[in-house]
Design a binder for this molecule. Structure first.
Ligand code: NAP
Length: 285
């Protein structure tokens, strides 16, 4: 058996074209501001890709880049300006921030209505209460891909490896909202394999090449590899390639969840703009 390759790249292109059409129909300018601190080459590439994607969809963007030694105060000051700027609909702070900055303090400083990454505690809280407003882009991309392949999650055993605020926890909440039975595994999980082998849906979001081997996967399972690991062999996920011989569906790395994340960032930016025009508040009233 060879798993169906879940083509997130193709779906992302389709979604981006749809967002470009929606932008034309929206008829007003929409603007995303990005904030990047430090010299991490991967982060610079990711942010540039996000700006290219914005421009292709007809979304304006502003690019704020700071050197590694910038103080937290300077970044907080910029966020205050962006929060107050009526032209700016979405704000994205590229993570990770340099070690001298407090990521949760910076995340908290973004206006929740402009929080297109969905990391602000108010947005996270709404997701956990089953009433989401702005949801992190990567988990949103995972869910859109599952929907595209008509995977019915109701009653399924879903196992998520990883419990970060960016991927693991929000994707687990979204699977739960679709009525899957969800297990979250992490670095202290005893006997990971015992959990993964009963998963109908397995989401790997760790950042360790080769973590998921074919003997850990239930035959026919849907396997979503979120990870991006830079190795001498190029970019790889957490899932071994020969899992394709066991799984029913599998996402390639690179070229599936990465492109979906960018498409979902555009979706969130347009959603944030629409909410602001409609006066939708984070409190939900
Ligand atoms: P993270 O914050 O480092 O979290 C990694 C998680 O993996 C943690 O919860 C950790 O457990 C768990 N873990 C570590 N070793 C483990 C092990 N041996 N067995 C089971 N669990 C283990 O990473 P992240 O930000 O969630 O990102 C995860 C991966 O997704 C990375 O490769 C990242 O590059 C990728 N990613 C891709 C995209 C995309 O657009 N494609 C977007 C975001 C992230 P503890 O909590 O116990 O430490």
């Amino acid at each position: 058996m060879t798993a169906v390759r879940m083509d997130g790249k193709a779906l992302a292109e389709k979604l981006r074209a749809g967002i470009a059409d929606e932008m034309k129909a929206f008829g007003e300018s929409v603007c995303l501001a990005t904030v990047l601190v430090g010299d991490d080459p991967a982060s610079h590439i990711y942010v540039s890709r996000k700006h290219d994607a914005c421009s292709e969809a007809g979304i304006e963007s502003r690019d704020h880049r700071f050197g590694e030694s910038t103080s937290e105060g300077e970044v907080l000051e910029l966020l205050e300006e962006l929060n107050a700027d009526d032209v700016v609909d979405g704000i994205l702070v590229q993570l990770p921030l340099p070690a001298h900055m407090d990521e949760s303090k910076v995340t908290l400083a973004v206006d929740p209505t402009k929080d297109v990454d969905g990391f602000h505690p108010l947005n996270a809280g709404r997701l956990y209460q089953g009433d989401p407003l702005l949801v992190p882009a990567t988990p949103l991309g995972v869910m859109a891909l599952l929907a595209e392949y008509e995977i019915d999650l109701k009653g399924m055993e879903a196992v998520v490896i990883g419990r970060s605020e960016i991927v693991g926890k929000p994707v687990a909440m979204m699977l739960l909202a679709e009525h899957a039975t969800v297990t979250i595994c992490h670095s202290r999980t005893v006997d990971l394999e015992q959990h993964t082998r009963r998963a109908d849906i397995l989401v790997a979001a760790v950042g360790r090449p080769g973590l998921v081997t074919r003997d850990m996967v239930k035959p026919g399972a849907v396997v979503i590899d979120v990870a991006v690991n830079r190795t001498e062999q190029g970019l790889v996920g957490d899932v071994e390639k020969d899992v394709a011989e066991v799984a029913g569906f599998l996402t390639p790395v690179p070229g599936s969840i990465g492109p979906m994340t960018i498409a979902m960032l555009l979706r969130n930016t347009l959603t944030a703009a629409q909410h602001r025009r409609e006066g939708v508040a984070v409190s939900g009233t």
